[in-house]
Ligand binder design. Structure first.
Ligand code: FAD
Length: 452
C-alpha cells in the first residue's frame, strides 16, 4: 500500500524527514499538496503568498518528475480531503512535517488519530524549526518571554541534527492519483496583474533557495554587519524560502557551521541569532495562538487608536505619506513583495505611532503583500513594534523616520531608488507632523496606562 507524503510549509526534497520516512518504508509514494482554505481558523494566504506558492509548487513538481514522481494537488478541508485521497490510492501510511499554528495543529492531531484508528501509519516530524517550542523553556517550565535567554537556552540544547540528503529517486504508484491542475487554482493575479515586480525579483523553488543560501554564505554574509542599511544587499533574503520551507533551518544552521570565507565566519553567529528570532516567534505563536488578533500584553487591547480615514491609510499602503523613508519602504513592498527589515520597523512604527492606527491594520496589509508573510513572524514583529508583544520595543520609543533615514540611508540611495520624485514639487507634503503626532502617541499611551 502506497505512502502519502503531505507537504505543507516544506516545499523541498532535501532535508525532508516526512519524505525520508516514506522512502524508508519502501512502498510507492504519493506526494501531496493540499490547498486548504476551508478548515476553520486556518488563515487564508495573502496575494503575494499565493503567487509564491503557485511558482514554488510548479518548481517542486518539475523536481519530482525528474525523480520519477509528480505532485498530486487537491483542494478542500484537510479533514475530508486527506482521507479521500487515502481511499483513492489505497494508502497504508501518511507522513508530514509539523506546523505550529493552533488551527493547523488541531487539524493534524485529529487526522492523526482518524488515520491511526483506521489502521494506517500516521507520523509527523520536526523539520521546520530547529528547536521544538516545548523543548526550550525556562527553569520553571514556562515559555520564554524574552529573546536573549531563549537564544542562550537554544545554544545549550544539543546541536541541531544534520540535514538529510534528498532522495535519489522516488517510486510512484503505477496509476497516478487524481490531481487538480495548478492553473485552475487561480493563485496568480489576473487583472490587474500586480505581480510583474515579483517576477522580476524572485525565482521561487528549492533550487533557487539553495543557490540563495550558498551565494549568501560565500558573499553577502561577510557584510552582515551592515544589515541595517537598506541600500545595501547585506542580508540573505531567505525569508520567503524559510516561510515556504524551500530550504530548512537545519540546512541554514549547518551551512553557517561549515566552510566559510574568513570575513564571513565572524558574522555567522550574528546571522543565526536572527534565524533564531524566527524560532522565538514560533514559540510565542505556539503558546499564544491568537497572536495576529490579540495583543500579547492585554492592556494594549484598550489602546485608544485613532479613527483614521481609509484614504490616509491608503496613502501609507501605497507610499504616499510624504515621509520619504516610509514611502520608499511601502513601494519596495508593493513592487517586490519584500521590504528591508530596518524599513519594516520604520513603516510599522509610523502607522502605529504617528498615525495612531491599530497594529492589526498594518499586519493585515503586510500579510497580503509580503512574499514571506508568516503566521508567527508577521504578527510578532508588528506587536514588537507596537510595544504590545513579547520582548517588545517599549511603546514610548517612537522612531523618527527622518532621523532613521539620516542614519541608515545617509546618501538617500534607497529613498531615491523607490521615490525618484522625492525632491520634486510633485512629491506630497507630510501626511502628519512628526513632532505633534509623536506627542499625541505618548498621550494616547498614558491614557491606556491610566485606564488599566
Ligand atoms: P536576514 O537578516 O538575512 O535574516 C535571516 C532570516 O532570519 C530571515 O529570513 C528570517 O527568517 C529570520 N529573521 C530575521 N529577522 C527576523 C525578525 N525580526 N523576526 C523573525 N525572524 C527574523 N519576517 C518574516 O519572515 N515574515 C514576516 O511576515 C515578517 N513580517 C515582519 C513585519 C514587521 C513589521 C517587521 C518589523 C519585521 C517582519 N519580519 C518578517 C522580520 C524581518 O524583517 C524579515 O525576516 C527579514 O527582513 C527578511 O529578510 P532576510 O531574509 O534578508 O533577513
Amino acid at each position: 500500500a502506497p505512502s502519502i507524503v503531505w507537504l505543507r510549509d516544506d516545499l523541498r526534497l532535501a532535508d525532508n524527514p516526512a519524505l525520508h520516512a516514506a522512502v524508508d518504508r519502501g512502498e510507492p509514494i504519493v506526494v501531496l499538496y493540499l490547498l486548504d482554505d476551508e478548515s476553520e481558523g486556518v488563515r487564508p494566504l495573502g496575494g503575494a503568498s499565493r503567487w509564491w506558492l503557485h511558482h514554488s509548487l510548479r518548481s517542486l513538481d518539475e523536481s519530482l518528475r525528474e525523480k520519477g514522481s509528480r505532485l498530486t494537488l487537491r483542494r478542500g478541508a484537510a479533514a475530508a480531503e486527506l482521507p479521500r485521497l487515502v481511499d483513492d490510492v489505497g494508502a497504508g501510511a501518511v507522513y508530514w512535517n509539523r506546523r505550529y499554528g493552533r488551527a493547523a495543529r488541531d487539524v493534524d492531531t485529529d487526522l492523526k488519530s482518524t488515520l491511526r484508528d483506521r489502521g494506517l501509519v500516521a507520523d509527523s516530524f520536526q523539520a521546520n524549526l530547529l528547536f521544538e517550542p516545548w523543548t526550550v523553556q525556562t527553569g520553571q517550565g514556562q515559555p520564554f518571554k524574552v529573546f536573549t535567554p531563549f537564544w542562550r537556552a537554544c545554544l545549550e540544547r544539543p546541536e541541531p541534527r544534520q540535514p538529510l540528503p534528498e532522495p535519489e529517486s522516488l517510486d510512484a504508484p503505477a496509476t497516478a492519483a487524481p490531481s487538480d491542475d495548478l492553473d485552475d487554482w487561480g493563485l496568480l493575479p489576473t487583472r490587474p496583474d500586480w505581480a510583474a515586480g515579483l517576477r522580476d525579483t524572485w525565482t521561487p523553488g528549492e533550487a533557487a533557495a539553495l543557490d540563495t543560501l550558498e551565494s549568501f554564505a560565500t558573499g553577502a554574509l561577510a557584510d552582515y554587519g551592515d544589515r541595517d542599511f537598506p541600500a545595501q544587499e547585506a542580508t540573505s533574503r531567505l525569508s520567503p524560502r524559510l516561510r515556504f520551507g524551500e530550504v530548512s533551518p537545519f540546512q541554514v544552521w549547518h551551512r553557517m557551521r561549515g566552510d566559510l570565507p574568513a570575513e564571513a565566519r565572524e558574522r555567522a553567529q550574528g546571522f543565526l541569532r536572527e534565524v533564531v528570532w524566527r524560532e522565538f516567534n514560533h514559540t510565542i505563536l505556539f503558546s499564544s495562538p491568537d497572536l495576529a488578533t490579540v495583543s500579547y500584553r492585554p492592556e494594549f487591547d484598550r489602546f485608544p487608536w485613532a479613527d483614521v480615514p481609509d484614504r490616509e491609510i491608503d496613502a501609507w499602503r501605497h507610499g504616499r505619506t510624504g515621509i520619504p523613508l516610509v514611502d520608499a519602504g511601502m513601494r519596495q513592498l508593493w513592487t517586490t513583495g519584500w521590504m528591508h527589515n530596518r524599513v519594516r520597523m520604520v513603516t510599522a512604527s509610523f502607522l502605529i505611532k504617528n498615525m495612531l492606527v491599530d497594529w492589526r491594520v498594518g499586519e493585515a496589509w503586510f500579510w497580503d503583500t509580503l512574499v514571506d508573510a508568516d503566521e508567527a513572524n508577521n504578527p510578532a514583529n508588528w506587536q514588537w513594534t507596537a510595544g504590545s508583544g513579547a520582548d517588545a520595543a517599549p511603546y514610548f520609543r517612537v522612531f523618527n523616520p527622518e532621523l532613521q533615514a539620516d542614519k541608515f540611508d545617509k546618501h538617500r540611495d534607497y529613498i531615491r531608488q523607490w521615490v525618484p520624485e522625492v525632491d520634486d514639487d510633485s512629491y506630497p507634503e507630510p501626511l502628519v507632523d512628526l513632532k505633534a503626532s509623536r506627542r499625541a502617541a505618548l498621550d494616547a499611551y498614558e491614557t491606556m496606562r491610566r485606564s488599566t
